[in-house]
Design a protein around this ligand. Structure first.
Ligand code: GTP
Length: 813
């Protein structure tokens, strides 16, 4: 694979040359950060010369490879930055407008019912139900169906299954995720989605950190005394690590650029069982000068690892340690034996180890330990880089190559397939001396291959996960945006349709309220007027005719007083009855009034009007009207004689007049004779005796008879007069008319108030619905615009990331 890659790189060299050359003008070093707008560039030496020899061609290819890696890294970093921004925007939107989440549609599903439900009342007016934004899921089975158009199948099971990164992890009881999405409130789904987006942002940032991190670790392991330390030193072009003919490396030695240690060359020895190494915390290590390295590395029982900081003597385009595209830390491991093999295997498995370089001695070939290690490592890291060292000591080099390649084929077929790049025969000890040009060339080829290999591994271990994740995430965003766009579009149509119904209905209701209120007022006024009028007329008429048809039988002079008493009571009772009749009339009229108000309520408010039970018999029940209590009619002697009328009718003479004047109080016939006698005394006895006595006697007798016989007529008349007078004094007719009218008005006010508040509620509700619909429409317009943009953005980003060829060039830059 690496050789294919190298070949591809080589063939694209010429095409890339022009681009590289232009990049060179803009930067002086490899790599750089991936902040938007920054261009990656490489230093390639004498570009104008072009790739002449095989060596310069390889070098050229290596540079192109690095540049391609860097461009992909930058492009991915930009995409990550943009996607993070997009996700943050989506999160913000989701908090204001809970997004629809695609769920698996069930076959028996009813179409989505989301917004408006209207109920037509008896008048054909619409009583809109409160408008609400629908469930977050793109389908909703729980809501009642209203005559809505068939909902387009926005989300198919396929889409829901395709959901990848933003798939909500819903596990609750026996409910399937899709069922659970249905059972959740839209806000709950929105907050789940919000959490998912946050997780994605976090993951993207960690991916960005990973691809931005230029440090790479190469573990150099192999058999005892194979020349690992010498190989390391050769890579550094500097004798840093101790070399010896006998096994000398007892602990892991990590070689890093001194710039990472404030440019100080020294080594940090990490104690056994000590805390984790932290360069900035001196308590986690012991610092020594480089001269002491051999002493510590060869034999020690205090430390398990050393970090060696060295100054790189090579230029930036040659250096392995501080290249910029990948800064490689070399880790020289102790030689493999039965004791160290496990430790080294564990070390090699660490995530930060990008590449394992296995050094084998050309003289000894692969030992058992080596085979075991390579076998395992090849399985885990897929490829390992094999350095066959001490090749200078081999006489029959071709045979040695053949034998070793056979072993490699057996141990790691993948490595063998790419042997041209991954298996190198070198003599490390000759590199620092720098005398043998052939050996140096061989080693430089190894170095370029190693760098390419590290880049390949990094593209696979760092860039590829970022690309895959971005592709999945952007794909999910595309789906979500598309689903939401379609859902909102359908929703806007429904909202418009609903608004066109409820807005006129609302206007109508507002007008109807005024009309109905006037009508109710008129009903009340008419009823009250009618009741008052009726009362006045009825009671007045009864009072004025109270003496016309006496109902009490007169049983003679001896029971005249009882007759008067009974007549009085009968009269009062008749009047009382006229009032009761008026009340009864008022009840009837009030019942009619209540009914017509209720009818108005039912007509305009329908079910919303709550009709209360009206009990007419409760009217006038509290203060029962008692006329006897209101007026005091005392019967006296005058009540029996109606002199005015008797005079007129009988033309009674002086004696009678005198008698009536002179006798202030005549009680019964006995007293009347006394009066006559007294009158006689006044006129004079002599004259009386002569002239008047017979006349008086006659007149008195006639008058007495007349008066006595007139008692049955006089009593009703006198009592009626008295009663009328008293009733007039207390304004009886008006008071009663007023009382009955007031009670009628009071009772009618209840249904009127119910109707008024019913109207108020209904109008408020309708007004609220209209406002909410308008608001939701506005929000929907904003949302549809947002999701349209999101869809475009996600598509564009996905397209850009999709064109990134991590095996070769970045096409997007
Ligand atoms: N002829 C020859 N000798 C070499 C070569 N590389 C290393 N040596 C010698 O081999 C011996 C062992 O080298 P080291 O680098 O210490 O070997 P090592 O694998 O690090 O040893 P341990 O870590 O102790 O297992 C030294 O004497 C080196 O000089 C080489 O390419 N050719």
């Amino acid at each position: 694979m690496a050789s294919q890659h190298a070949h591809r790189v080589a063939t694209t060299v010429d095409a890339a040359a022009t681009r590289i050359a232009s990049d060179l003008h803009s930067d002086s070093g490899y790599g750089g950060s991936i902040i938007d707008g920054e261009q990656p560039a490489v230093i390639l030496g004498n570009v104008n010369n072009g790739p002449q020899s095989e060596e310069s061609r390889r070098q050229w290819a290596s540079h192109v490879h690095q540049m391609a890696y860097n461009q992909n890294r930058v492009a991915l970093g930009r995409s990550i930055n943009r996607t993070v921004e997009t996700l943050k925007g989506f999160q913000k939107m989701n908090s204001k407008w809970p997004a629809h989440y695609p769920a698996v549609q069930r076959p028996e599903s009813t179409p989505l019912q989301r917004t408006q439900s209207t109920v037509q009342d008896s008048q054909g007016d619409f009583n809109p139900q409160p408008l609400r934004r629908a469930a977050t899921t793109a389908e909703d089975h729980t809501k009642p169906a209203v005559s809505q158009p068939e909902e387009p199948r926005l989300v198919t099971p396929k889409i829901a299954e395709d959901f990848n990164v933003l798939k909500l992890d819903l596990k609750l009881g026996s409910l399937s995720p899709s069922e659970l999405v249905h059972s959740l409130e839209k806000s709950s789904v929105a907050s789940l989605l919000d959490g998912k987006i946050s997780q994605s942002i976090k993951h993207l940032l960690s991916l960005r950190d990973r691809i931005e991190d230029t440090s790479s670790k190469v573990l150099i392991t192999g058999d005892l005394n194979a020349g690992k330390s010498t190989f390391c030193n050769a890579l550094l072009r500097k004798k840093v690590l101790p070399e010896d003919q006998q096994p000398c490396t007892s602990i892991f030695c990590e070689v890093l650029d001194a710039r990472e240690n404030s440019n100080i060359e020294e080594f940090h020895a990490i104690p056994l069982d000590g805390p984790a190494y932290n360069r900035n915390d001196e308590t986690t290590y012991d610092a020594y000068p480089l001269e002491k390295l051999e002493e510590i590395v060869v034999e020690n029982d205090r430390y398990h690892q050393v970090k060696v900081y060295v100054e790189d003597v090579r230029s930036i385009d040659q250096s392995l340690l501080r290249n910029g595209v990948v800064d490689i830390a070399l880790i020289d491991a102790p030689g493999l034996n039965m004791d160290s093999i496990k430790t080294t295997a564990v070390f090699a498995r660490q995530e930060e180890i990008d590449v394992v370089v296995f050094v084998v001695s050309a003289e000894n070939h692969f030992t058992l330990s080596a085979k075991e290690f390579i076998w395992n490592a090849a399985n885990e890291k897929a490829y390992i880089f094999i350095v066959v060292n001490r090749f200078d000591n081999i006489r029959d080099k071709a045979r040695c190559r053949r034998m070793i390649m056979e072993q490699v084929a057996h141990l790691s077929p993948q490595t063998h397939a790419d042997a041209h790049e991954l298996v190198h025969f070198v003599s490390s000890n000759a590199v620092i001396e720098g005398t043998d040009a052939v050996k140096i060339k061989e080693f430089e080829e190894l170095e370029q291959s190693l760098r390419s290999f590290v880049l390949d591994k990094r593209a696979r271990s760092k860039l590829a996960p970022a690309k895959t994740y971005l592709m999945n995430l952007l794909g999910d965003l595309e789906t979500l945006a598309d689903v939401n766009k379609n859902t909102i579009s359908a929703e806007i149509d429904r909202l418009k349709e609903a608004y066109n119904k409820i807005a006129p209905a609302f206007e109508k209701a507002v007008k109807a309220r005024t009309q109905v209120s006037d009508e109710v007022e008129r009903t009340i006024e008419e009823t009250v007027n009618n009741v008052c009028k009726f009362t006045r007329r009825t009671v007045s008429e009864v009072i004025s005719r109270i003496d016309e048809s006496p109902s009490v039988a007169y049983e003679g002079i001896l029971s005249a007083f009882a007759y008067a008493e009974a007549t009085k009571n009968a009269m009062l009772s008749t009047i009382q009855n006229s009032v009761t009749k008026s009340e009864e009339h008022a009840r009837k009229k009030t019942t009619q009034g209540v009914s017509s108000i209720s009818a108005l309520g039912l007509m305009h408010l329908g079910d919303e009007y709550v009709e209360k039970t009206f009990r007419a018999d409760f009217m006038f029940s509290r203060k029962r009207h008692q006329l006897n209590r209101d007026i005091q009619i005392n019967i006296d002697a005058f009540d029996f004689f109606d002199f005015d009328r008797q005079e007129k009718i009988a033309g009674a003479g002086t004696a009678l007049t005198v008698a009536s004047v002179a006798v202030p109080q005549i009680v019964g016939i006995q007293s009347w004779f006394d009066g006559v006698w007294k009158a006689t005394n006044l006129i004079g006895v002599r004259n009386t005796r002569k002239l008047i006595i017979p006349a008086i006697a006659l007149a008195a007798a006639a008058g007495a008879y007349f008066v006595i016989s007139d008692i049955p007529n006089a009593v009703p008349r006198k009592l009626a007069k008295k009663i009328r007078q008293q009733l007039a004094e207390i304004d009886y007719v008006h008071v009663n008319a007023d009382r009955i009218g007031k009670e009628t008005r009071k009772v009618l006010k209840f249904p009127a108030e119910d109707l008024r508040s019913g109207f108020q509620r209904s109008i408020e509700k309708q007004g609220q619905t209209v406002e909410e619909t308008k608001k939701t429409m506005k929000e929907s317009e904003v949302a549809i615009k947002y999701f349209g943009n999101l869809l475009r953005e996600a598509k564009a980003q996905r397209g850009a990331v999709g064109t990134l060829d991590l095996e070769g060039h970045s096409c997007s830059e």
